[in-house]
Design a protein around this ligand. Structure first.
Ligand code: ADP
Ligand code: MG
Length: 714
């Protein structure tokens, strides 16, 4: 369907509230609007009674449970603020196990006498809501008849106002638990993991001589990739509508990749969309910073500045929602799928992760003083140990059906988890491990056990884009997340496994210190032992290469290629032990997640297979038959052979796919493995024939918009 007929939208038509945006002089600082719709600390200070404000802040700083007596006062202030901003309703917003965001709206207003209404919102309503838990997947924790679930206010993630052309809504970030207290969401384990990491890190810092730090926070700075396509193409592609990705489509001719895209200027309509999205995000307090074109045509990236893991994770959900909403105002659809177009780069989400103290120091920053460096090496060694021990779980934390087209496909990191330390840091660890410096290492490294460490110069510019887990100067960058993913679980995993490793190293340090060892020497010995035991996971070469796959296997690293291969790691002994020990998720809670994720994979694979059959049978096959008829009419029999062969191939593939799609009821992993090995495999054959047909069928007979139409927005 080569009808290049992109919407000819003019600037005035672009945005439903384009006028409002145009009227705002964004060069004026007062129109920056950062946090304008957030019940922020500043708003709380202004609106809460002094003692209530102080108590609330103390709660937030200390990570202590909230004093329920504060709730009424906070609810009253929040309501007044929301009403002034035009809110009529409020919602407890939460993240069920689907990874998306859920909300149920309640009106502030209740009928009062004489036909009037009264706006009410109590502390109880702020603290707790009661949505129907059985409407969300619980992996067997809740049966339909045990519907009761609770949402609980999370005061550490600020409430905000969501605007709609027809009104506004007060959104209260909440956690979601079952009546029996099991976590049914992504936030509860994330908060628990942050507590766990804080406890372990503070304990270790005490041993390392830090008497001040009361709390350690983990931070996340995500980088989000996405595609934009014209809305009309989206509606002409049943596969995009049903599955978020194209199930058919021949690669565009070579050369298009060189379209100056990556370094090129951003098309005006796209930039207008970005600016409006960013304005919306600023109002919500999301600190967006960077925007640019990405490698593939029609692919872009947006990156906020890092925040605490919990707030950053909530903001990431809002960011994805905002991109999707605002795109529609510009005649675009924003595709967050990991692989919308086969043969074209997919979309990931880099997860920059670090740990910082309440005094503001970053524990993964090498720093200028020997003491800072001792801390740094200790925590860095703990991260290496954690990643090595739980490599399978980390892989599982980024598993979904979309990712199976990306990880290991020469564009994203492989399915093998390894760490890139960078030349400088690797040299330091190697020197510590061998007790000898190489010729380029400063002389004072030579007797690390007995001398103080010099400053560690870290080259922030040293990059290895192929590594799934890279040290980047003052943080680790977990690069294997998929673009559609919530940040919550991967960060829950990072925090939990880091807490465990920090405790392990801290116990060893304590033993050495009480055995009379001196401070830098004791830490250096521990760092050395841990690094030597775990260095198999460190790799600085090309992760895309064949040789690495062979070498990784020799090193005994896991290579879990597909989602069904990876998910059992969620229930491995080492996962259950760590998650139970740190009270992040019980075995039952882990089992529920495993069940939900396995089922989601199977359901999505099944939808893809059904959709693939429907499109190939009712749209593509008829196009092939018409082409044959056309050739017959023209009587050019020399042209017939190739088309007939491809049509036969397609018909054969369709018959196999039809059989594969007709299967008895199955459950759990059996179902997922069946879907992968039978349905997705049969789909691949159907696609191969269809994509070849696309190249020989008359353009005006082809029923789907082609890649080259969809991918070149102007
Ligand atoms: P790139 O990886 O594309 O080179 P940058 O180096 O600019 O990008 O940074 C990427 C991300 O790292 C940004 O979102 C930034 O906010 C985040 N970041 C920086 N410091 C930290 C930190 N201490 N914790 C978590 N994320 C951080
Ligand atoms: Mg990055």
């Amino acid at each position: 369907m080569s009808r290049i007929r992109q919407q000819n939208v003019t600037a005035a038509q672009w945005s439903s509230n384009g006028e409002a945006l145009g009227a705002l002089d964004l060069t004026q600082p007062e129109n920056n609007l950062f946090g304008a719709n957030v019940f922020s600390v500043a708003v709380q200070r202004e609106r809460l009674p002094g003692d209530v404000f102080e108590k609330l802040q103390a709660t937030l700083r200390g990570g202590e449970p909230l004093d329920a007596s504060l709730a009424d006062a906070v609810a009253e202030a929040m309501k007044e603020w929301a009403l002034e901003k035009g809110a009529t309703h409020y919602t407890h917003m939460f993240q069920p196990l689907t990874g998306s965001t859920a909300e149920k709206h309640d009106s502030f207003f209740e009928p009062a006498g004489e036909g009037g209404t009264l706006a009410g919102f109590s502390g109880k309503e702020l603290i707790q809501g009661e949505p129907d838990a059985s409407s969300f997947p619980t992996g067997g924790i809740r049966a339909t008849f045990e519907a009761r679930g609770y949402t609980a206010w999370d005061p550490t993630s600020p409430a905000f106002i969501l605007e709609n052309p027809n009104g506004t809504l007060l959104c209260i970030p909440t956690a979601f638990a079952s009546w029996t207290g099991e976590a049914l969401d992504a936030k509860i384990p994330l908060l628990r993991s942050m507590d766990a990491l804080s406890r372990s890190a503070v304990k270790a810092l005490r041993l390392l001589g830090d008497e001040e730090t009361q709390r350690v926070f983990t931070t996340v700075g995500p980088e989000q990739e996405y595609f934009l396509i014209d809305e009309q193409y989206f509606y002409e592609r049943p596969d995009l509508i049903a599955t978020g990705r194209t199930l058919f489509g021949a690669k565009p001719p070579k050369g298009h990749e060189l379209d100056d895209h990556y370094f090129g200027s951003i098309p005006e309509r796209v930039l207008a969309f970005m600016m409006e999205s960013e304005l919306e995000m600023r109002k919500l307090g999301i600190p967006v910073k960077t925007r640019h074109n990405e490698v593939a045509p029609a692919q872009y990236e947006i990156a906020p500045i890092f925040e605490s893991s919990n707030v950053g994770s909530d903001h990431q959900q809002l960011l994805m929602q905002t991109l999707e909403n605002v795109a529609r105002r510009y005649g675009f659809v924003c595709l967050l799928h990991e692989k919308p177009f086969a043969g074209v780069n997919g979309s990931g989400k880099h997860n920059n992760w670090s740990m910082g103290t309440d005094a503001g120091s970053n524990l993964l920053n090498p720093g200028d003083t020997p003491a800072d460096n001792i801390h740094f090496l200790f925590f860095c060694a703990a991260v290496i140990q954690a990643v090595n021990k739980h490599q399978g779980l980390l892989r599982a934390s980024v598993a979904n059906i979309g990712q199976d087209h990306r990880l290991g496909a020469n564009e994203a990191p492989p399915a093998i988890i390894s760490i890139f330390l960078g030349a400088e840091l690797e040299k330091v660890f190697e020197a510590i491990a061998s007790g000898e410096g190489d010729p380029n290492t400063p002389a004072s490294f030579l007797h690390l056990g007995t001398t103080v460490l010099p400053p560690l110069p870290m080259d922030g510019g040293d990059r290895n884009r192929t590594s799934p887990f890279a040290f980047t100067g003052n943080k680790f960058e977990f690069r294997a997340l998929g673009s559609s993913m919530s940040l919550a679980f991967p960060n829950t995993v990072l925090n939990t496994i880091a807490a465990e490793a920090i405790d392990d190293l801290a116990d060893k340090l304590e033993a050495k210190l009480s055995g009379g060892a001196g401070m830098p020497e004791a830490v250096m010995e521990i760092v050395k032992d841990s690094y030597l035991a775990n260095k198999a996971v460190c790799f600085s070469g090309d992760n895309y290469s064949e040789e690495w796959h062979a070498e990784a296997e020799q090193r005994g690293l896991k290579n879990l290629k597909t989602t069904p291969d990876a998910l059992p790691e969620v229930l491995s002994d080492s996962t259950v032990a760590a998650f139970e020990e740190y009270n992040v998720l019980s075995k039952r809670e882990l089992e529920s997640r495993y069940e939900v994720w396995v089922e989601q994979y199977a359901i999505r694979a099944n939808i893809e297979a059904e959709e693939s059959y429907a499109i190939a049978q009712t749209m593509i096959l008829p196009a092939g038959l018409r082409q044959l008829a056309l050739i017959g009419e023209a009587g050019v029999s020399a042209l017939e052979g190739e088309v007939r062969e491809l049509v036969d191939e397609l018909v054969g593939g369709l018959s196999t796919l039809k059989d594969a799609n007709d299967y008895p009821d199955m459950e759990g992993m059996d179902w997922a493995v069946y879907a992968r090995d039978r349905q997705l495999a049969a789909m691949a054959d159907v696609r191969e024939a269809a994509d070849k047909l696309e190249k020989v069928v008359a353009d005006d007979l082809w029923p789907l918009p082609k890649y080259e139409e969809m991918l070149f927005i102007k």
